[in-house]
Design a protein around this ligand. Structure first.
Ligand SMILES: *Cc1c(COP(=O)(O)O)cnc(C)c1O
Length: 384
């Protein structure tokens, strides 16, 4: 474990060994034909982009995927050299900054190519991936004519190289595969057009985590693995039929910073709405909604782990603190697990997602940078 000063007793512990195992499991699941792009956008879904990227690369990932150019540049600045693809739309005037750092960009607009070409500074070349919208309705080209114009513009300009083509599925996590099949058929048809125009690039990709898990035969050259690399299932209702085991990497830990016994009839937290029923041991935990630990979690019966037992959150969650009802007196400094495991007890990211009526993706993303990320790396520790 990397030592880091942590005077407020709150930390996200990221299990890099779990990430390594998940990437390796995908390597076996997909076989030799498909490479792995580790998706590390949004600070690696809240896990820490640089540490996750390095771990994924060591475990066999050959590409990194991010949403914005800034995220890609930060990885380059950290010294990471593998190919990186930006999924979003980069401003055309920043295209050459990307090129200079060997960062590949997503293209889907004729006007963008024109504007980027206008400000090309000289002999740099830019690698582009053509984005096809097959039914996600987010970004990408849909029409054959638009596709042809784009491809021609790329082919006739010296400064662009068509390195890849891709699409993104809206429903690969669902057990009903009809919409997925429809999107995949459109993708195949569009690849056929590219072939006719002799423009089919080397790197064809379409798989997010759910596609790579449930449709490994439809992956093509590269699988863009996000959520499952972090050990979380893309579909909460299909956790029992995962083809590979997933190891969660994210845990949220704290400590009791205050413990006291209250008499019956005393109130806890804002609004003085929680009233003790008799003498109760109340502990204070230094994490609050400003850290992303939202009030709704308490309203919906939120619990934490103390000494291997579930204990309830009582009263409203404050900006920087919340309180719990302890079964007995505990020492200040006792470990409190908000997400993760203690002995046989476990609070999963999925449980918090259910309480907030959302998907697991949102949970690590919403835990703010105010809580430091600490890396727990069994392999590295073993080497020392
Ligand atoms: C975020 C993202 C992914 C990763 O999706 P997961 O469901 O987390 O695996 C893949 N491709 C694109 C284009 C994305 O934006």
């Amino acid at each position: 474990m990397v030592a880091q000063r942590d005077s407020r007793d709150a930390r996200v512990e990221v299990h890099l060994d779990a990430i390594r195992q998940n990437v390796q499991a995908f390597g076996h699941h997909l076989g030799q034909q498909a490479g792995i792009m580790a998706v590390v956008k949004a600070n690696a879904y809240g896990h820490g982009a640089e540490a996750v990227a390095r771990t994924a690369i060591r475990a066999g990932a050959s590409w990194l995927g991010v949403a914005f150019l800034g995220e890609a540049l930060a990885l380059r600045k950290a010294g990471i050299q593998v190919p990186i693809l930006v999924f979003g739309r980069v401003s055309p005037e920043d295209a050459w900054l990307a090129a200079k750092h060997h960062i590949s960009l997503t293209v889907f607009q004729q006007e963008w190519l024109h504007q980027a070409q206008q400000c090309q500074p000289g002999d740099v070349g830019l690698d582009v991936h053509l984005k096809l919208d097959t039914g996600m309705g987010r970004i990408g080209v849909c029409e054959q004519a638009d596709m042809q114009t784009l491809v021609q513009a790329i082919q006739t300009a010296d400064c662009f190289r068509l390195q890849g083509v891709y699409t993104h599925f809206a429903t690969a996590d669902e057990s009903d595969s009809n919409y997925f099949r429809m999107q995949y058929d459109r993708f195949k048809k569009m690849l056929g057009w590219l072939q006719t125009w002799e423009a089919l690039p080397d790197v064809i990709h379409c798989a997010n985590s759910a596609t790579a898990l449930y449709f490994p035969g439809n992956v093509h050259q590269l699988a863009r693995i996000g959520i499952a690399m972090y050990g979380l299932a893309p579909a909460a209702d299909r956790k029992s039929d995962l083809p590979i085991p997933l190891h969660p990497a994210f845990s949220l830990q704290s400590r009791l910073i205050h413990v006291k016994q209250l008499d019956g009839g005393e109130a806890v937290s804002y609004g003085a709405e929680y009233i003790t029923k008799g003498k109760e041991w109340i502990g204070t935990v230094p994490i609050g909604y400003a850290d992303g630990w939202l009030r709704k979690i308490a309203e919906n019966g939120g619990e934490v782990l103390v000494d291997g037992e579930r204990v309830p959150i009582v009263g409203k969650i404050c900006m920087d603190f919340f309180m719990v009802r302890l079964p007995a007196e505990k020492n200040v400094g006792t470990r409190v697990t908000l997400i993760g495991r203690q002995a046989d007890a476990c609070i999963e990211v999925d449980e918090i997602a259910r309480m907030l009526a959302t998907i697991n993706y949102e949970i690590p993303c919403m835990i703010q940078d105010r809580i430091p990320r600490i890396y727990n790396d069994a392999e590295k520790n073993a080497a020392f």
